[in-house]
Design a protein around this ligand. Structure first.
Ligand code: CP
Length: 349
């Protein structure tokens, strides 16, 4: 490369100006996560760490509740939620309590956040009150990183803006493994090889889609993204390897073992105009489409589901639906993630 540039320079000796190679400044090493117990991104986890979480989820689920209750007895965990949530908040709270921890919920609508207190000051306040870990849902992408840097506590990302939702991807993985009758306690690079997982709908605004796109191809899955251009820009295929775009829903459905439907996030559309009838005609998962094109595919949805929009009620309640399995797996996975956040001998802070 250096020789080519040197020759180019000689050839350009009489022609001005000479374009010099640009040397970007060295990238500063990332300090994140500061705390070994944090889970900010699904990318923070090695396959070994994912296997450990999966096997702990099973062990904790099967454990005698009275023994499980002592694992984090009286440890203090704060749930800090700037956005509404049913599944994630409740399952993190039940998971923490199942391990014996004390939890407190701080929501943006009933706290001093309403008066303008910053995320940093709220985090430092929770730490001063004795919180040993913070579970954060925030409408801004990157907020968990900021909170972790400010507090140095273990921070668990419960969904940040349009960025990531790592525990959702882990519980989705457990559900896929269960439904495809794999071992649910361990994964490797080829665990999902030969499996096509289609994610359908509002990919642009979906942190669930992004975390799954970052996780599932690492296990050998082919991830197909499907949706209309306003909700699925071409550059989504560049998030990582093993990801392709297919605009034709029926074609994607016909080659899928798993189909993951997404809600249109009306709260994030920001002026984007969508013809909902046209959307339903192209992308709604109906009983007819499922029976004709994917009669044995696993149907998933992170919730909340909008019946009659991205899928019909019959599909949501049908035998192929794993939607409530996903919800149940949320508790098991989050027990493992919360346990990892607060090891008995303290984390790397
Ligand atoms: N899947 C999910 O994050 O659901 P909630 O918004 O209800 O937590």
């Amino acid at each position: 490369m250096a020789t080519v540039i040197a020759n180019e320079d000689r050839m350009n000796a009489t022609a001005a100006p000479v374009r010099r190679p640009i040397h970007p400044p060295p990238v500063a090493p990332s300090h994140f996560p500061y705390n070994a117990g944090s889970l900010l991104s699904v990318q923070d986890l090695t396959l070994e760490a994912i296997s450990h979480l999966l096997s702990r989820a099973t062990a904790l689920e099967e454990m005698d509740p009275l023994a499980r209750d002592r694992i984090l007895l009286k440890r203090r965990i704060a749930l800090l939620f700037y956005e509404s949530s049913t599944r994630t908040r409740t399952s993190f709270e039940l998971a923490s309590k199942s391990l014996g921890a004390d939890t407190t919920l701080v929501s943006s609508l009933s706290s001093s956040i309403e008066k303008g207190e910053t995320l940093k000051d709220t985090g430092l306040t929770l730490r001063a009150l004795g919180a040993e870990a913070i579970i954060l849902r925030h409408n801004s992408s990157g907020a968990p990183w900021l909170l972790e840097e400010a507090t140095r506590l273990p921070v668990l990302n419960a969904g940040d803006g349009m960025h990531e939702h790592p525990t959702q991807a882990l519980l989705d993985l457990r559900t896929i493994l269960q439904r495809l009758r794999h071992s649910i306690d361990t994964v490797a690079e080829d665990t999902l090889s030969g499996v096509t997982i289609t994610i359908v709908g509002d990919i642009l605004h979906s942190r669930v889609a992004r975390s799954n796109m970052l996780l599932l191809p690492r296990l050998g899955a082919q991830v197909v993204l499907c949706g209309p251009p306003p909700l699925l820009p071409e550059l989504a295929a560049g998030v990582g390897p093993g990801i392709a775009i297919e605009r034709d829903f029926e074609s994607a459905l016909g080659r899928s073992q798993v189909v993951m439907m997404l809600r249109i996030q009306a709260e994030r559309l920001a002026g984007l105009q969508l013809d909902l009838e046209e959307y339903k005609a192209g992308y709604q998962l109906t009983g007819q489409r499922l029976a004709a094109l994917a009669p044995s595919a696993v149907v998933m949805h992170p919730g909340p589901i909008i019946r009659g929009m991205e899928l019909t009620a019959g599909v949501a309640d049908g035998v192929q639906s794993a939607i409530l399995d996903q919800v149940r797996n949320g508790v098991a996975i989050r027990m493992a993630v919360v346990e990892r956040a607060l090891p008995m001998n303290g984390g790397r802070a």
